[in-house]
Write a protein that binds this ligand. Structure first.
Ligand code: UD1
Ligand code: CA
Length: 457
């Protein structure tokens, strides 16, 4: 049998009333990516001919979010049900296509599972994705005939008490040929508790025509968890995070507690890296092997080299950290930070747009912004690169083997030559030559036998 072209329809027009949100439901996020974003990712992996997304509630917001991706946006002005939603797209769908219907509120669906349905179309005119779940409450139930063939779907609200005992549920995902879908949907009415045109009614109609209907199952029932409420959003987030944690551990990463790590987006972590509790890693990030990450760290859009240690409560954003670097505790590395081999950044140090060459040290309470720091240079406690004059940012260029004494300010633009020494407490406003000593603090005075003032005198 020839392989039919594949078109995908994603239903995303509903308001999501049960979320009680001003944001359309499909823009709520799992692991930092919107629900619709997750479904689009899975859909794209099937390389379909077209992706149609049905939008209604908050459509401008939804369309805006995905501006760059080639999507055929279809408006459903009134939300009269899932069947009505699919009908809005059908005039644009080729009769000959396999049409895979997804709902934007089932975000963990995997492309492998979707392929099962598309593949089943070579033998069946209608394929459903169903799952056996312990608590099917609220979901559509799969009705089977005497010989155990699928013959219908009954929505929870329309189901009898005995039908509600059925544990096989409709995931909301199904696949059918364009021409069949048109014929079946034309027959769907809205004579049900919700007065909606249910997509699910096509099953009974197809069965009545004598069509064999197949039901495929995902490897893991959690894949078809739908999101209607904030509580379900939280459950699916945990489910997703648990899965990511399992994957990381399978790749050789030690997690002190797999229930207390959050991974959002594309994140790669090398073997023998250890991550303590409550760390959040946001992609795209690449963390090497033998990295040690302490508790409560936040790492986003960064690369971390092999053997680096990040101590507790450090925040690293859009930075490039090389090998065997030592960071924190309580360090804040802002965008554009580049730390080369064996750099040391200590507690309460903030960096931004700064490149520190191998072996440089900034151990305590400093701000290094718009700066370069040469190899093996030591920046004392409380040093500030004064990069901002109130209007513009300027650069501080510090050479190699420089010693910057504690509590000094380097007023940019300024260049400190290799091997120079800055005396503690200096305010440096002009360039310092290589190997020179610069001190700008007032000389110490001594007054012998000084009487301290006494209270009340
Ligand atoms: C739907 C299924 C149910 C299934 C469940 C799985 C129907 C009638 N019911 O129920 O059998 O068990 O999903 O999660 O299909 N939407 C539109 N336009 C509309 C109505 C809905 O685009 O007019 C979209 C929604 O935005 C949502 C999806 O369709 O993404 C499903 O709608 P929802 O109201 O959440 O259906 P459920 O009650 O969850
Ligand atoms: Ca739903």
């Amino acid at each position: 049998m020839s392989i039919k072209p594949l078109e995908i329809i994603i239903l995303a027009a509903g308001k999501g009333s049960r979320m009680k949100s001003s944001v359309p439901k499909v823009l709520h996020k799992i692991a930092g990516t919107s629900l619709l974003g997750h479904v689009l990712n899975a859909a794209n992996q099937l390389s379909p001919q077209k992706i149609h997304v049905v939008v209604g509630h908050g459509k401008e917001l939804v369309i805006n979010e995905f501006g760059d991706i080639p999507i055929n946006w279809v408006e459903q002005n009134e939300q009269l049900g899932t069947g009505h939603a699919v009908l809005q797209v059908l005039p644009l769908v080729s009769e000959d296509s396999n049409v895979l219907m997804l709902t934007a509120d089932v975000p963990l669906i995997r492309s492998d599972t979707l392929n099962l349905l598309n593949d089943a179309m070579s033998a069946f005119p209608l394929a459903l994705l169903t799952a056996q779940i312990a608590d099917p409450s609220g979901l559509g139930r799969i009705i089977r005939d005497a010989s155990d063939g699928v013959c219908g779907i009954i929505e929870h609200k329309d189901a009898s008490a005995s039908q509600r005992n059925i544990n096989e549920i409709n995931s909301g995902i199904m696949c059918a040929r364009g021409n069949d879908l048109k014929r079946w949907l034309d027959k769907v009415g809205n004579d049900n508790t919700q007065k909606e045109y249910y997509l699910t009614d096509i099953v009974e109609i197809a069965y009545a025509e004598g069509n064999p209907i197949t039901a495929c199952q995902p490897t893991n029932a959690g894949e078809v968890d739908g999101i209607n409420t904030r509580s379900q959003l939280a459950i699916v987030e945990r489910h997703y995070q648990y899965k990511r944690a399992e994957e990381l551990m399978a790749e050789g990463v030690t997690l002190m507690d797999p229930a207390r790590i959050d991974i959002r987006g594309e994140v790669e972590i090398g073997p023998d890296t250890t991550i303590d509790i409550n760390t959040v890693i946001v992609g795209p990030s690449k963390i090497g092997s033998n990295v040690n990450i302490g508790p409560n760290c936040m790492i986003s859009a960064s690369t971390i080299g092999n053997g680096t240690t990040i101590h507790a409560n450090s925040v690293i954003e859009s930075s490039s950290i090389h090998e065997q670097v030592n960071i924190g505790p309580f360090a804040r590395l802002r965008p554009g930070t580049e730390l080369l081999h064996k750099v040391k950044i200590g507690n309460f140090v903030e960096t931004k747009n700064a490149r520190l060459e191998a072996g440089a040290k900034v151990n305590h309470l400093s701000y290094v912004g718009d700066a370069t720091v040469g190899q093996d240079t030591n920046i004392g406690a409380g040093v500030i690169t004064c990069n901002y004059d109130g209007a513009d940012k300027h650069k501080t260029d510090i050479g190699r083997d420089v010693f910057v004494g504690s509590n000094s300010q380097l007023v940019a633009p300024v260049v400190i030559g290799d091997g120079a020494t800055i005396g503690a407490g200096s305010t440096i406003t002009s360039d310092v030559e290589a190997q020179a000593l610069a001190i700008s603090r007032a000389r110490q005075r001594k007054i012998q036998g000084w009487q301290r003032p006494e209270k009340g005198k």
